[in-house]
Design a protein around this ligand. Structure first.
Ligand SMILES: *Cc1c(COP(=O)(O)O)cnc(C)c1O
Length: 419
């Protein structure tokens, strides 16, 4: 089983000549097609909007693409809000789905006219205090049903162990109080399982939320403007997995919408999504070069990328497919592909069968377009890599330069480094 990168060996060699490896590369065409497919899949719902989860790929050139495709942004911190503001997202193009939030961030989100999505019942009084006693006209609450969220056999998550969201009783209580406080338009949000690779996740979640919505509206009499299905639609990181089919997912949600919401007189409710991973993960890759081979009890392939460029394998043992673009060998070998950090979990692959690999080969680490660069860090005084956009016309554009030692040292106080 294999995966094809969105660049050829020839393109990779040209890129590696122009930009030092390792770097993150994004495929503009793929990202645009994904946004269009999502919008098409939900076009049956008037008012549908994707709020791209900024934390997945917080890079202005990527946000701009989503803006051009009609998407908003889902922010969770001050700088995400600031970046969105600078890029011209305003008002209800901004969803603020944060938790454990400082007052200053609620104030900023409110100044921008963004929709505040409350994570906790207790946040209601806090937000009111933060905003000088007056709540915005549109607000949303994040629901956590508790228990276990199970679908068939393979997908399961444990909302009862999740720090996010509020109980049904709290949500109803919050809506009643918000209504008294002058909130006019309401939303319900929930995020129950991460990286699901099944067309049934959104429809299953939607059914639960739609039934909740009917009950909540009956009990509180609020105007429910939207239901936010949030993130969680995943990608096929492993070659043997089948990619989610967004058209089938949209159709599955439509079916439960017509089954539950329409008959209850809620056929005008808008649907929102906050997808991150699904939108960008497959449309990004890391191009890295083999620097060393080492034989001990295993065979190690040392590449110039390390966990600072992609934390997921070290952090949660996540699988990322690897392609050796350069190897012409028909022989394979079983290897560990490692970075250079002084941490033994700095491994992109463990006991992986790859074509015979030589020093100087170019390797692609697949599906790094979301939660890749953004989870990066600087351990071992490693510098963050560049990000490059492969534009629709096939030419590369640098969209974030690599860090320099000066960047790394720029926040140090009390020492003058003459570099
Ligand atoms: C992380 C996150 C998302 C995006 O999740 P993906 O799995 O990347 O789609 C959306 N909404 C909220 C509130 C999140 O925290």
């Amino acid at each position: 089983m294999t995966k094809s990168p969105f660049i050829t060996l020839e393109q990779a060699e040209q890129l590696a000549n122009q930009f030092p490896t390792p770097f993150h590369l994004y495929d503009e065409k793929g990202i645009r097609e994904k946004a269009r497919a999502l919008n098409k899949a939900f076009s049956w719902n008037k008012g549908f909007k994707e709020y791209f989860a900024v934390k997945a790929t917080p890079t202005p050139a990527i946000l701009k693409i989503f803006q051009e495709e009609g998407c908003g942004v889902d922010c969770s911190s001050y700088v995400e809000l600031l970046m969105s503001q600078k890029m011209g997202f305003t008002g209800e193009d901004i969803m603020f789905s944060s938790n454990n939030t400082p007052a200053s961030e609620y104030q900023f989100a409110s100044e921008l006219g963004g929709i505040i999505n409350l994570d906790a019942y207790e946040d209601l009084a806090f937000v009111k205090g933060s905003l000088g006693g007056k709540l915005p006209e549109t607000m949303s609450c994040r629901f956590n049903p508790g228990g276990v969220f199970a679908m068939g056999t393979d997908i399961m998550d444990h909302p009862e162990e999740s720090k996010f969201g509020m109980t049904k009783d709290q949500l109803i209580q919050a809506f009643k109080e918000m209504k008294t406080e002058g909130v006019k338009h309401f939303g319900i949000h929930s995020f129950l399982a991460s990286n699901t690779v099944t067309n049934d996740y959104y429809p299953t979640l939607a059914k639960q939320l739609f039934e909740l919505a009917v009950e909540v509206v009956a009990e509180t009499g609020v105007h429910l403007e939207f239901i936010n299905l949030s993130g969680g639609v995943g990608v096929d990181y492993r070659p043997e997995q089948t990619a989610n089919d967004i058209l089938a997912i949209g159709e599955g949600v439509r079916r439960v919408y017509e089954e539950v919401l329409t008959p209850a007189g809620l056929g005008e409710v808008k649907l929102y999504t906050e997808l991150g991973r699904f939108m960008t993960a497959p449309h990004g890759l890391i191009l890295t070069k083999v620097l060393h081979r080492k034989e001990t009890y295993r065979t190690y392939i040392g590449v110039d990328a390390s966990a600072v460029n992609l934390m997921r394998p070290a952090f949660y043992g996540a699988y990322h497919h690897l392609t050796n673009l350069s190897s012409k060998s028909s022989q394979t070998e079983v290897v560990d592909v490692v970075g250079s950090l002084c941490e033994n979990n700095d491994k992109f692959a463990v006991n992986r069968e790859l074509p015979e690999t030589e020093i100087g080969d170019l390797l692609v680490i697949h599906d790094t377009g979301a939660h890749g660069f953004s989870m990066g860090y600087q351990y071992n005084a490693k510098l963050r890599s560049a990000e490059i956009l492969l534009q629709e016309d096939g030419t590369p554009r640098l969209i974030r330069r690599a860090e320099t030692p000066e960047d790394y040292l720029s926040t140090v106080v009390g020492f003058d480094f003459d570099l």
